[in-house]
Design a protein around this ligand. Structure first.
Ligand code: HEC
Ligand code: HEC
Length: 388
């Protein structure tokens, strides 16, 4: 029996997907699900994830004129809307004595490609001529090693400080009525369908780590990683490429296609991003909490992925007591059981952020699913969730 099979069986026997069991051994990972996860592929995907705009300057520069907005944006204001600075892209000492109230510093940072998720071309007169965004804008943050907002990249971690709506609303090209909607979202949220159906139920930016072994992405399980990557790159970021989904009546074709050929490497990189390790604060409580979890939660949050969606299952909003308005806008009209990974690192929870803390999540389920948990069981369950 192979090591992979053995560890899968052991994990199943222990009915856990906690640390260790979600880890796919390297040899298996290289061909996981038929994906090429070679180091070269992953490195190329990392480059795309961090720096590739897919030609979306057509949206952010030509249409939204964000290059003009950013030209006058000082770093303090940029950090206040949640933009992050990659400390590793900065030559030593460059921030010493820098005036973070001076927009010229923002331009200098862009020249160094140090603003996470924003890629710009700057001319000899320090004017921004083209500007676009990358996947890292919403799905990376930094560890604040230098100061809040400035540090080493954490790819796959959702940027819950980022206020994408407020940033888009800065554009002179956005009509006042749409600005009201964009400004209503708040930090850490984005509505990836507002520009398609005009409705407004923003989603919490999800992590893009811990996806290996998960069949369908998005809160409503719309499709696999590359389906959703193409959707976002073309219909949301405004990338220059193709995306087609007859279920949504979308068929966008732009030549040259700067998206499709990049999807395999981009997928490899995302699948390589593991959820951060989460050691228990209180081992005994977490152990007791696992029992509560197995009794009440594992029917849906099953296996090492923490989701029953790999078998195609979805759940109506009433099953979990969350708001059904977002699901109603999607093809499936129901929610995917969210895989539980790195939970303690990315509050708030549920698609709409309606649970601020893990205590709120547990109190919510206790009420909605009438679990009648004791306060001890609730506290233990939270300790267990913190280890996922
Ligand atoms: C403007 C912010 C934003 C940008 C830029 C963005 N995303 Fe997302 N991403 C989201 C939101 C919001 C969702 C949740 C969508 C849903 O569940 O319906 C999401 C969902 C995802 C998911 C699914 C996670 C899960 O657990 O289901 C992945 C993977 C992902 N994005 C990867 C990417 C990649 C790769 C790119 C670049 C091509 C990208 N995203 C660009 C906001 C963004
Ligand atoms: C009937 C199936 C089902 C059961 C039972 C269930 N869940 Fe869920 N869980 C879901 C679905 C579906 C979602 C996504 C709901 C949403 O976002 O609106 C979810 C989301 C979550 C989230 C949010 C994750 C995130 O990243 O936002 C947590 C945490 C969670 N569940 C924990 C639990 C716990 C703890 C239990 C047991 C007390 C439990 N679930 C029982 C289906 C279930």
């Amino acid at each position: 029996m192979s090591r992979t099979m053995l560890s899968a069986l052991l994990c199943a026997a222990l009915s856990t997907f906690a640390s260790g069991c979600g880890e796919i051994p390297q040899a298996h990972a290289a061909t996981s699900n038929g994906n090429n996860l070679s180091p070269q592929m992953i490195a190329e995907g990392q480059r795309i994830f961090r720096y590739d705009t897919f030609g979306d300057e057509q949206q952010w520069t030509d249409t939204l004129r964000m290059h003009e907005v950013v030209q006058d944006l000082d770093p303090i204001t940029a950090l206040a809307v949640g933009l992050k600075v990659d400390a590793d892209a900065l030559p030593p000492g460059i921030l010493d004595g820098a005036d973070l109230g001076d927009p010229a510093v923002t331009v200098a940072l862009l020249k160094l490609d140090a603003v996470v998720g924003v890629h710009a071309a700057v001319d000899a007169n320090n004017r921004i001529t083209r500007l676009g965004i990358t996947c890292a804008l919403c799905h990376s943050t930094v560890d604040d090693a230098v100061q809040p907002g400035i540090g080493h990249r954490l790819d796959g971690w959702p940027n819950r400080d980022l206020d994408p709506g407020r940033i888009i609303a800065l554009s002179p090209a956005v009509p006042p009525a749409a600005k009201v909607v964009y400004n209503s979202w708040g930090p850490g949220k984005y509505d990836p369908r507002f520009n398609i159906d005009g409705l407004n139920t923003p989603l919490v930016l999800p992590p893009a780590y811990g996806l290996l072994g998960i069949r369908n992405e998005t809160y409503t399980g719309d499709g696999p990683v590359s389906y959703w990557n193409a959707y976002v790159a073309v219909t949301q970021m405004g990338g220059h490429g193709n995306f087609r989904d007859p279920r949504l009546g979308i068929d966008i074709r732009q030549s040259p296609d700067m998206v499709t050929s990049k999807l395999p490497a981009l997928r490899a990189y995302q699948l390589s991003l593991r959820a951060p390790a989460s050691p228990a604060d209180d081992v005994a409580a977490a152990r007791r909490g696992r029992v509560v979890f197995n009794d009440n939660c594992i029917g849906c949050h099953m296996g090492y992925t923490g989701t029953d969606n790999n078998s195609g299952r979805l759940h109506g909003a009433t099953e979990t007591g969350t708001d059904g308005a977002y699901a109603a806008r999607t093809v499936n009209k129901a929610y995917r059981t969210t895989p539980l990974r790195g939970l303690r690192y990315h509050p708030p929870y549920f698609h709409d952020g309606s649970a601020a803390t893990l205590d709120d999540v547990v109190a919510h389920y206790d009420r909605v699913r009438q679990l009648h948990l004791t306060s001890q069981q609730r506290a233990d369950l939270v300790e267990f969730l913190k280890t996922l």
